[in-house]
Ligand binder design. Structure first.
Ligand code: GTP
Ligand code: ZN
Length: 218
């Protein structure tokens, strides 16, 4: 795909690929993967979202992981959530089967890092993750996946197999003209620090994940 430098935040331009560059990456199991990283211009929200492509074959309905930024989980390995292991798992699957990672700059379900840290403080005094958002004047989940659909279309992908446990991701992509032919669940990565967070996802936003009874009752 040709590179066409542009300003990423220019409004009213058709979304398109800005740059494609090779990006070898280290996987969690020690292997090295080849990928291509894409930047974009003309995306609806003007943010610096990026995509990674694995494999070269043009397959029908490739695997796609739509992953929202979590600085604490993805970068630091925080045990308060499941984001880090989900990201690593997706990279392994994409390396093996081909497909795309869409890394969306939607830290804290769209409220930003500082507000998420404020929400963490409230969680330490008993709020669940959604109540903490609301106490700060935010919605339960402020993510809008318009830009994700635009990125896929700019990459020439309109039929996908989506890796997620979050029904809202599928619904929003389909509303924006992406055909989700199948959904593959992510793993359930629970521990004593994130079990309440995972329970709240099931209760409030109907994530399709099942926690072991022993963990729920602990
Ligand atoms: N506001 C808030 N955001 C959080 C908290 N814990 C994690 N997050 C954010 O939640 C988002 C999780 O992203 P994803 O893993 O892509 O999405 P998901 O809704 O869990 O759905 P799937 O992983 O696809 O099943 C990231 O943006 C995190 O930063 C929290 O306690 N409060
Ligand atoms: Zn996280």
């Amino acid at each position: 795909m040709a590179s066409s430098p542009c300003l990423h935040a220019v409004p009213n331009t058709e979304p398109s690929v800005r740059t494609a560059a090779q990006l070898p990456i280290h996987l969690a199991d020690g292997r090295e993967a080849s990928s291509t990283i894409y930047s974009f211009c003309g995306l609806a929200d003007g943010k610096e979202h990026f995509a990674l492509r694995f494999g070269n074959d043009d397959v029908d309905a490739p695997l796609v992981r739509l992953h929202s930024e979590c600085m604490t989980g993805d970068v630091l390995g925080s045990a308060r959530c499941d984001c880090g292991p989900q990201l690593q798992e997706s990279l392994l699957r994409l390396h093996e089967e081909g497909g795309y990672l869409l890394y969306m700059r939607q830290e804290g379900r769209g409220i930003g890092l500082y507000a998420k840290l404020d929400a963490y403080r409230l969680q330490e005094s008993g709020h669940d993750t959604y109540a903490a958002n609301r106490a700060l004047g935010h919605g339960d989940d402020e993510r809008d996946y318009t830009a994700a659909a635009e990125m896929l279309k700019a990459l020439g992908v309109t039929r996908i197999t989506l890796i997620t446990n979050n029904p809202d991701k599928r619904a929003q992509l389909e509303a924006h003209g992406i055909e989700v032919v199948a959904v593959r669940p992510t793993g359930v990565f629970f521990g004593r620090h994130n079990v309440r967070y995972l329970e709240a996802k099931v209760r409030h936003t109907h994530h399709t994940l099942t926690l072991p009874t022993a963990v729920k009752d602990s």
